[in-house]
Structures are given as C-alpha cells and as structure tokens.
Design a protein around this ligand. Structure first.
Ligand SMILES: Cc1cc2nc3c(=O)[nH]c(=O)nc-3n(C[C@H](O)[C@H](O)[C@H](O)COP(=O)(O)O)c2cc1C
Length: 321
C-alpha cells in the first residue's frame, strides 16, 4: 500500500474542497452558468439557489440596447440546439442602472459578458462598468463581426484579437479580463496566445459553432436568421479537444464549456486542463442544471478519492503521456 493512502484525507463528500482560483478571482466551486443562457441571472433567482454556484455570466452587453434577430430564434437539432438571438440586450447603461443594483445583493460571482462591432464599443462598455461595484470579472465575446474590417470576426485573426483584447485590457484596470474564444479557428493555440499576450487573465473556450437547419417542407431556415450557433451535447467532443489544445498552448486559466450536462462532463473538461466550467444549453431543459452539478460534484470527487479540484486538473496529460 502506498503510505499516502493510509492517511485519510477526508471522510465524506463534505470534506471535498471545490473552491477554485481563476487568476486572482476565487470561486466557491467550478460551476458557472454561461452567457446568454441565464439571462441577467436575476430571472433565475426564484428557481435556482444562486449562492450554490461558482458564479454566472450575464448575457452579452453592448454599448447601446439591441433588439436582436427576428423569430424564430432557437430550434432543436439532434443532441443540441441552434440559436440566433442576435445578441438582444438592454445595453450597458440600463444594465448598470436597473440590473446591477439587484445583482449586487446576490452572494455569488457575477461576470459580465461584453461584445461590440468595433473596438471602441468594447472599450466603452467596460468604461461604463468600471465605475460600478459588484462585478467579479469581464468576459469578452470576440465571436462578433468587426464592421470596420468588412465583418470579419474579431476572434478569427490573431492580430485583431491582440488589438481588441489590448484595448479592453487598458480599459479594464479594476477587474480580471476573460476572453471567450471562437471555436471556428484553424489553430486555437495561436489565438489563445495572442489573447494572453495582449492581457487576458483567463480564456473561456468556447462559443457556439456556426450552423444551419432547414425545414424540408418549406425549404426555409428553421431560424429567423438564415444561420445560427450550434450548442449542447453535440459539440462537447469538439470543444473538449479545443480546451485541451488551449491548455497546452498557454499557461492561463481556462473556463471550459460546450455541451455540459452531467458531472462526468464537468470532470472531462477539468481533466483536459480547465480550471472551471460553464453550463449553457443544459439550463434550457433544466433551469437548475448548474445548481444540480455543483451539488453532485463533491460526491463524484469523494468517490474518485480526490479532495480538491487541483487533483483532477490536467490529469489527462499525466495519464496519457
Ligand atoms: C440562446 C443562447 C444565447 C447565447 N448568447 C451568448 C452571448 O450573448 N454571449 C456569448 O458569449 N455566448 C452566448 N452563447 C453561447 C454560450 O454561452 C455557450 O458558449 C455555448 O452555448 C456552448 O455551451 P453549451 O453547449 O453548454 O450551451 C449563447 C448560447 C445560447 C444557446
């Protein structure tokens, strides 16, 4: 017997320490709800014990309010869903005036997702929020078209990633900056390095995959927009690989997400190098999915004889050479 096995490190799931550090930000556990699938968080306050989560990410906020895309905005696909919400949101000023005072009363980490169609838009949203209390971090959604570069996505080009992240970093002096990567890139390591070198404190991997679905009777798109973003269990194996590749390319903390529904999914993401995870589409079938995962996780760790999250992070590499 290994002498270390003789020393009991804990007697029950209650002895498992689930807290994690994402850079300087300490979370009570590694489960967050993902942007765009959890409203501004407030909508879930009567359904979910928000204090049981590591935190949640608000829906994307822009400089001005946005009405979003025409209906239908979501449709089911095998093992997943498509969405084309069009980034509808109340705009950063209304968020600060109406949502933030209520969010400040919630004892959990609130991360604000930020997007824009020009670098100045990202900077302006952050500047508006810098004067406000009660936020844990910014998450930059760079899977957006840059109108000044002919609609090319910020997240597809290391140079553009560097520019937008650098500008956001200079604006965000008060809080950690997470950068949410697009999955539709040739080499995610290159993009990840560009983001970290420009000042990202952590990387969220990843957003939805551009996709489409057609109604064969009418020949029309099942969405008001012609295309949308694919999410849910269908994308998990693809994104899992992206998280693994990102963890090999950079030293920064990674927040993994894509198709997480079960504790096994969470453990998979942690074992390929994620520090924590987000739960998106699963909240549509069960609004309490993230709370359930946070509740179930201690038992899964205990049964695997692990007592903190560091013990599983990166385990895949140590066991696969
Ligand atoms: C309806 C819907 C709206 C979303 N809105 C946003 C958004 O505003 N900003 C963002 O960065 N990601 C957004 N996402 C992407 C999710 O946060 C997440 O990256 C993606 O859905 C993959 O995770 P999942 O498979 O667990 O859903 C949205 C996803 C869905 C399904």
């Amino acid at each position: 017997m290994n002498p270390a096995d003789a020393v009991p490190r804990g007697h029950s799931p209650a002895d498992v320490d689930l807290s994690v550090s994402v850079g300087t930000l300490r979370l009570r556990n590694p489960i967050l709800a993902a942007s765009g699938t959890f409203g501004y968080g407030l909508e879930f306050a009567d359904l979910v014990n928000l204090k049981a989560l590591g935190g949640f990410v608000t829906k994307g906020l822009s400089r001005e309010p946005m009405e979003g895309a025409p209906a239908p905005r979501v449709c089911e696909t095998p093992s997943g869903m498509l969405n084309a919400i069009g980034l509808q949101n109340v705009g950063v000023k209304a968020f600060a005036a109406e949502k933030l005072p209520l969010l400040r009363k919630i004892d959990t980490a609130v991360v604000v997702n930020v997007f824009g169609s020009a670098i100045e838009d990202y900077v302006e949203v952050i500047r508006t929020l810098e004067g406000e209390e009660g936020l844990a971090a910014y998450e930059l959604n760079i899977s957006c078209p840059n109108v000044k570069k002919g609609g090319m996505q910020f997240g597809n080009d290391p140079g553009l990633v560097s520019e937008v992240v650098g500008a956001a970093r200079r604006a965000a002096s008060k809080r950690p900056l997470w950068v949410k990567l697009s999955p539709l890139v040739t080499d995610i390591g290159l993009i990840a390095k560009a983001a970290v070198e420009a000042g990202a404190d952590a990387l969220t991997v990843a957003n939805t995959y551009p996709a489409m679905a057609i109604d064969s009777c009418t020949g029309k798109s099942k969405l008001g927009n012609k295309t949308g973003g694919l999410s849910g269990p269908a994308i998990k194996p693809i994104t899992l690989r992206l998280v693994w590749e990102t963890s090999r390319a950079v030293n920064a903390p990674i927040i993994g997400l894509g198709g997480i529904e079960s504790v096994a999914d969470v453990l998979d993401y942690l074992s390929v190098g994620a520090t924590c995870v987000q739960v998106g589409t699963a909240s549509f079938t069960d609004p309490r999915a993230s709370e359930r995962l946070a509740r179930e996780l201690p038992k899964a760790f205990f049964e695997a004889k692990m007592f903190n999250v560091n013990e599983i992070r990166g385990k895949f590499d140590s066991e696969n050479g």
